[in-house]
Design a protein around this ligand. Structure first.
Ligand SMILES: Nc1ncnc2c1ncn2[C@@H]1O[C@H](COP(=O)(O)OP(=O)(O)OP(=O)(O)O)[C@@H](O)[C@H]1O
Length: 532
């Protein structure tokens, strides 16, 4: 957390300066009340009212700067939160494929929302409260010096005790805070999971599962939160005890000094006021310090996303030869899935992969796409071993269309460009190549029609064609199609497959369960996988 506070040191320094100004105003107003009371005791009404007017002016300045302080503090905190979010998503950008998938998407969503919220409320807010408190205490102690050194000494002594007592709960609080954020992640993952299954539960008349799962997850989260609250309560009670004892003893000491005529009677009201600032601050300080220290483990958690290997891999400048598999085998742990596969996929040619369910068709495409790199034997692509090639360059050359294409909540254009810039002509050509132009022509706003969350407004086949257009517009030379046309009706499926087959320069490797005669004759080869 301090890393971000330092990173925005200029903005934070302004916040601290504003806190100093408001702190000084409060102390000056506090000290002036003693003079007002003294004037009153001496029946000097003129001085009394003049001092009251000055106090009023001081409070006006205080309110003015408090306004600046609150605004600047919020702006600075939001800048830091946005930067933390960006640092997190940049980590995700650098993550390896398997590293990213070690956690559920709901967990990352929780990091970006709930955890940032926790960092703001338990971290930054409390940090600012501590700094503000320390500044207010510092100015109040200077104010107390105006009256008598013994009041300052006593204040410091009790403050030290008040600070030390709750320390014994510090470690416990850090642990329960981490546990609470972890339970927050599980909660979000469970909820995302069950809500994503709405359609399935609907068709089974089991929507009640949404409520029961939410209740279960919510109770676990509530337990963790209650545990955290009970430790915070203990810390707060210890702080409050010090606060009450401190304030009362200062009043007693000032009263005694006034009795001895060491300080004026007016000092009684001012020291009470200033000491309450000190003890209120110190009473809350340990809880606040413990609170902002407890967000440390949350930052440690973010560091754990596994990055892609930094090793410099072979670049692909231009794809000029195909893929050759020599005795290639693959196993998931002990489970052998592919064994001694020999196959050549030449550039510009068309291939089908067939085989029973579970025979390893998808696994093979995941290897060719660079997601799974720990195969044995050899796969030569463009003259180099496939797992020595830069994954980035590999994905620039190869488009992988998986069984469940993902569409973003946006327009057809958004889903094809994915934020990159393409002309309308390029988009229309890609739509034509994926047999989508007629569908788009009938939409109210053409390519700018919104297709809803996960492309709900499109049929399964149309969704697959949009994802195909994404790849074609980027001029990918090799297309890996995993059941790519399975959810299309016969006619549309044939249209796409024929369209792909007719593109002379395109290398197509497609997994299929329905090898249609019309397509079979256009294929250069069929790779048959058998179950191990
Ligand atoms: N991540 C994984 N970890 C362990 N085993 C896996 C993993 N992914 C797949 N498998 C197993 O590997 C085998 C091959 O799976 P794969 O998905 O490649 O088969 P497939 O031929 O594409 O099947 P289908 O035609 O049903 O899609 C299956 O037995 C599957 O259970």
């Amino acid at each position: 957390m301090f890393f971000y506070i330092k990173r925005f040191w200029k903005e934070n320094s302004i916040v601290f300066l504003l806190m100093l100004i408001t702190g000084v105003c409060q102390t000056v107003a506090g000290v002036l009340t003693a003079y007002a009371l003294n004037a009153l005791i001496e029946f000097d009404y003129q001085s009394f009212f003049i001092i009251l007017l000055i106090i009023l002016g001081v409070y006006f300045v205080f309110l003015l700067f408090m306004n600046f302080e609150i605004n600047k503090q919020s702006q600075t905190m939001q800048m830091m939160s946005t930067t933390i979010r960006m640092d997190m998503t940049e980590r995700m950008e650098r993550a390896s494929y398997s590293g990213f998938h070690e956690k559920q998407v709901g967990t990352y969503a929780s990091w970006l929302s709930t955890d940032i919220n926790t960092i703001e409320t338990h971290g930054f807010d409390q940090f600012y409260a501590v700094v503000k408190g320390v500044i207010a205490t510092f100015t109040a102690i200077i104010g107390l010096f105006v009256f008598h050194w013994s009041i300052v000494l006593w204040t410091l002594l009790i403050s030290g005790l008040t600070l030390l007592l709750p320390k014994m709960y510090q470690k416990k609080l850090a642990n329960v805070s981490l546990k609470t954020t972890e339970e927050g992640e599980h909660f979000l993952s469970r909820i995302t999971d069950v809500l994503n299954g709405f359609d399935t539960l609907f068709s089974f008349n089991l929507l009640k599962k949404i409520t029961t799962d939410t209740e279960k997850a919510s109770l676990v989260l509530a337990k963790a939160k209650n545990k955290r609250a009970s430790i915070i309560a203990k810390v707060a009670i210890l702080g409050a005890l010090g606060n009450i004892f401190g304030q009362l003893s200062i009043l007693g000491l000032t009263g005694y000094l006034a009795f001895l005529s060491v300080v004026s009677v007016g000092a009684f009201s001012a020291t009470g006021n200033l000491a309450s600032t000190v003890f209120n601050t110190v009473g809350n300080l340990s809880q606040q310090i413990a609170s902002f220290q407890s967000v440390g483990p949350i930052f440690d958690k973010f560091e754990k996303i596994k990055s892609r290997s930094q090793q410099v891999n072979q670049k692909i400048d231009q794809v000029d030869s195909g893929i050759i598999l020599k005795n290639m085998s693959y196993a998931y742990g002990d489970k052998q899935v592919l064994e001694h596969i020999n196959q050549v996929f030449d550039l510009g040619k068309k291939y089908a992969i067939v085989g029973a369910s579970g025979s390893g068709k998808t696994t093979l495409l995941n290897i060719l796409n660079g997601k799974l790199t720990d195969y044995t034997g050899s796969i030569i692509f463009n003259g180099y071993e496939l797992n020595a090639l830069s994954g980035y360059d590999l994905r620039e050359a190869i488009l992988y269309l998986d069984q469940q294409p993902y569409l973003f909540d946006g327009t057809i254009r958004d889903n094809i460009t994915l934020g990159e810039s393409f002309t309308d002509e390029e988009i229309m050509l890609a739509l034509e190549q994926s047999s989508l132009q007629e569908v788009v022509a009938q939409l109210p706003n053409g390519i700018d029609t919104s297709i809803g969350e996960s492309g709900r407004l499109l049929s399964g086949g149309q969704k697959q064609r949009v994802t195909l257009a994404r790849g074609l517009i980027r001029g990918k030379q090799i297309i890996l199609l995993d059941e790519g046309t399975s959810s299309l009706d016969q006619k549309s499926a044939l249209e796409i497959e024929e369209s792909l087959m007719s593109q002379k320069d395109l290398t197509v490797i497609m997994i299929t369960h329905h090898l249609r005669e019309e397509i079979k004759e256009k294929l250069d080869d069929v790779l048959r996988l058998s179950s191990q």
